[in-house]
Design a protein around this ligand. Structure first.
Ligand SMILES: C[S@@+](CC[C@H](N)C(=O)[O-])C[C@H]1O[C@@H](n2cnc3c(N)ncnc32)[C@H](O)[C@@H]1O
Length: 312
């Protein structure tokens, strides 16, 4: 259903995401450095790591891609042509912070990107402890969680940056239960979720199952659609503010699961189109202070004080 890009580039908006990530990771490891007496180790997991470095697309305004073209916004690098601009992907951003993590895990499903990540790990030699895992993000995250009987005394950040709805809610709940891990997550409202929420509400069963898994509840329907009675019977229509309602509901669910949630920072394309939101969630108020300062910049949406009531 989606035309996938394969020209080895990222949109210029990737920088905003990567800058916010780097800023937060710097904040996090600096705070923890001062608490080293009790911290047994720090962990960074990049659950959708990408290739590690990508070429930035030059986009003349008139030919900027339409929303469906953003579905695959990072693809492996091609040749380094002279004059091209490259951006370090999230793995390098995390590796290059001032006070590095003790352990790095990079998860990636695409074999070519995995090979690039292994080369990247080699570039850092013994200076960083890096494990590259080829496989599905959710399965590998659960395997990492299961790899230690006792995580107490550890602290970690997990970056969840998929193209679409590729992280089930149940996996986020498992991470939250540890009270060790924080997440920074890409909520792909413009890139994936709205594409599934077709206007008349008759969503194919496999799309509905994806939405159920992603939200961890079938109640997304109540935030996205309403039924009205017409002369010809009951009619289902999409709510005009479905995006805002779904985001607020998801923020509330993250807050319930993790304890704290930041405002959601909107990432737009160069024409102002909405792509996705970056959200932090975690168990500690100090983390929230840092995340709020970073993700509270620019466009943002906050978790409602009172949970939004779904229209029935
Ligand atoms: C948006 S890109 C990641 C970009 C990277 N975080 C960055 O900022 O540099 C998403 C990546 O996830 C990978 N991917 C997609 N589905 C996956 C899955 N189920 N498990 C692991 N990786 C997946 C894709 O191959 C792609 O490289």
């Amino acid at each position: 259903m989606t035309k996938r890009k394969s020209d080895g580039t990222v949109g210029p908006w990737a920088r905003e995401k990567l800058d916010a990530l780097g800023e937060y990771l710097n904040f996090y490891t600096t705070v923890l450095k001062n608490q080293a007496h009790w911290c047994r180790g720090t962990v960074f997991v990049d659950a959708f790591a990408g290739p590690g470095k990508s070429k930035v697309r030059a986009i003349p305004k008139s030919s900027e891609p339409k929303r469906e073209d953003f579905f695959d916004d990072v693809v492996p690098m091609t040749d380094d042509e002279e004059g091209d601009e490259f951006v370090n992907g999230s793995p390098r951003v995390a590796l290059d912070i001032k006070n590095p993590f003790n352990n790095y895990f990079f998860i990636e499903r695409d074999p070519q990107r995995v090979a690039e990540l292994r080369t990247l790990a080699g570039d850092y030699g013994d200076t960083r402890k890096i494990v590259v895992k080829e496989g599905d993000a959710s399965a590998e995250l659960l395997a990492i969680l299961g790899s230690k009987a006792n995580w107490s005394g550890y602290r970690g950040v997990i970056f969840v940056d998929p193209f679409g709805m590729h992280i089930p809610w149940s996996t986020l709940e498992a991470l939250a239960k540890t009270r060790v891990f924080e997440i920074i997550i890409n909520f792909p409202l413009g890139m994936a979720i709205q594409r599934f929420l077709i206007r008349h509400g008759e969503i194919p069963a496999n799309w509905a199952a994806t939405l159920d898994d992603f939200f961890g509840s079938p109640d997304w329907r109540l935030h996205a659609y309403e039924s009205s009675d017409t002369l010809f019977g009951s009619d289902t229509v999409k709510l005009a503010d479905s995006g805002k309602r779904l985001l607020e509901w998801y923020l509330g669910r993250l807050k319930d699961a993790f304890g704290h949630v930041s405002p959601a920072r909107l990432i737009r394309n160069t024409q102002g189109g909405h792509l996705y939101y970056l959200i932090w969630a975690g168990p500690h108020p100090k983390g929230l202070d840092g995340a709020r300062a970073i993700l509270g910049k620019g466009d943002e949406v906050r978790a409602p004080r009172k949970r939004p009531t779904a229209k029935r």
